[in-house]
Design a protein around this ligand. Structure first.
Ligand SMILES: Cc1ncc(COP(=O)(O)O)c(C=O)c1O
Length: 454
């Protein structure tokens, strides 16, 4: 940016043999149509230095963008930079007409040299330090999410003249048979405890943290009026890797109600952002095995995530269409996808650093783990792991990351070739989004290197 203001940012595997069960939706062979081609992966791994490697296919990302646009006609896409802030990826998306969703001013340097006008930027983080709002405002950002009267006041002070997107909570539906109960033990979560437990539609939930409840919308609208800030529209986020199309429909209805309340108070309220959450569809038999029937190798069970098949963006678009058609004419629709674009078009490549037998189980240690790229495994995100070289019949492995942290273990058990050995590369599909941006150098271990390839 910035043209307008010149701001200087510029398999059919032997699972059955082991008495193990595979998730029902994961029985098709691996298909990775948007990810970098095998030759590109082979070239990149041949000359890779130490540490994990993330390859994002530029053409794959643009095809994912095109799929999303076709599924959601008329929706203006604002890519969520947090999912992968690689400058060449952002440049390609901007050239294809994308705007960007930012969480903080710290993401602005990633847009250096990218040809995007500030009008195509928005800040979707609804609770910010004033200094962040101030820096984003100074860079030309004029659209900020809020979900409380307090944030309206903070934004009014730090970003006078900016416009607001009122973020609403996505209503839940009661959990059936405990589905959606907290996957992990820990502090009691109101939505997960007791009889009012809500089904969780996303692998990476947001419902408990962000979004105004219906009863709070009036106070936020009133605060905006008091501070003479226009509510430009409403937004929501169903949670990341959301597998329930109806969640977007519930979000759209809640946002439409907020638009109506804001319009009644004299605000322009003519934007509706559908947020992110669009799920990458991963197929194949190379996902984690379910725990049923396994030997006692300790707690290998993946945390419980949403159940059922992963919907396509087309299915989400179809489910949403009636709710969007019922909006008042002239409402501008936005979406803020991150994962769908990057995880569909990317692959995380990691090397086996050690193999060992331990308490009756075979273990692989990888150079990428919970702390340096695979933090989303903590929620049991359903990655798919493919060996880059076949080496015999498949057997059950447990997989650990490179740190000496006992939590640095991929949930579940994995069917990989019996001959898997030190130095072998594994490709992890579904892991490219958020891997680089969330990685740390815990234990002094290398961060992933991300390359945008053709
Ligand atoms: C406000 C907002 N928009 C968009 C996204 C992108 O979500 P996803 O990567 O699931 O599409 C996020 C993710 O945290 C977000 O917080």
């Amino acid at each position: 940016m910035s043209r307008a203001q010149g701001v200087a940012l510029s398999g059919g595997v032997a699972a059955a043999a082991a008495g193990l069960t595979l998730p029902a939706a994961r029985s098709a062979p691996c298909s990775v149509p948007l990810r970098p081609a095998a030759e590109v992966v082979a070239r990149a791994t041949a000359r890779a230095a130490h540490g994990p490697l993330i390859l994002i296919s530029r053409s794959g990302a643009l095809r994912a963008l095109a799929q999303l646009r076709a599924a959601l006609p008329g929706v203006s896409v604002h890519y969520a930079v947090k999912a992968c802030a690689e400058n060449p990826l952002l440049a390609a998306l901007a050239e294809a007409g994308c705007g960007f969703e930012l969480a903080s001013a710290g993401e602005l340097p990633a847009l250096a040299g990218v040809d995007v006008a500030p009008e195509r930027l928005l800040c979707g983080n609804p609770v910010r330090a004033a200094a962040q709002t101030d820096a984003l405002h100074a860079a030309g950002v004029r659209l900020f999410a809020v979900d409380s009267a307090e944030e309206v006041a903070r934004t009014a002070r730090a970003a006078p003249g900016a416009r607001l997107l009122l973020r609403v909570a996505v209503p839940g539906v009661p959990s059936a048979e405990g589905r959606g109960a907290a996957p992990d033990a820990g502090p009691v979560s109101p939505s997960a405890a007791g009889s009012d437990a809500m089904a969780e539609p996303a692998w990476w939930p947001m419902r408990d943290t962000f979004g105004a409840a219906p009863e709070d919308v009036a106070a936020i609208v009133a605060a905006a009026s008091d501070h003479q800030m226009d509510i430009a529209g409403a937004c929501f986020h169903v949670g990341s890797q959301c597998t329930e199309p109806a969640a977007w429909v519930r979000g759209a209805h809640a946002a439409a109600a907020a638009l109506q309340a804001a319009r009644a108070a004299g605000h322009s309220a003519n934007v509706l952002s559908l947020g992110g959450g669009f799920p990458v569809v991963l197929e194949g038999t190379c996902g984690p095995l379910t725990a049923g029937g396994t030997a006692d190798h300790g707690d290998a069970s993946p945390p419980a995530g949403p159940t059922g098949e992963t919907p396509t963006v087309e299915a989400i678009g179809t489910a949403l269409a009636p709710a969007l058609a019922a909006l008042p004419t002239g409402v501008q629709l936005l979406a803020e996808p991150g994962r769908y674009i990057v995880a569909s078009a990317g692959v995380l490549l990691t090397r086996v650093t050690a193999t060992r037998s331990h308490r009756g189980a075979r273990w692989l240690q990888l150079d990428c783990g919970l702390h340096n790229g695979l933090i989303e495994s903590a929620r049991g995100l359903p990655y798919r792991i493919r060996p880059l070289r076949g080496s015999g019949a498949r057997v059950v492995w447990r997989i650990a990351g490179p740190s000496c942290d006992g939590a640095d273990v991929l949930p579940g058990e994995w069917l990989l070739p019996a001959g898997t050995a030190e130095g072998d590369w594994l490709a992890i599909d579904g892991a490219a989004a958020y891997a680089q941006s969330r990685a740390s150098r815990f234990n002094g271990l290398p961060l992933p290197v991300t390359r945008v390839v053709d």
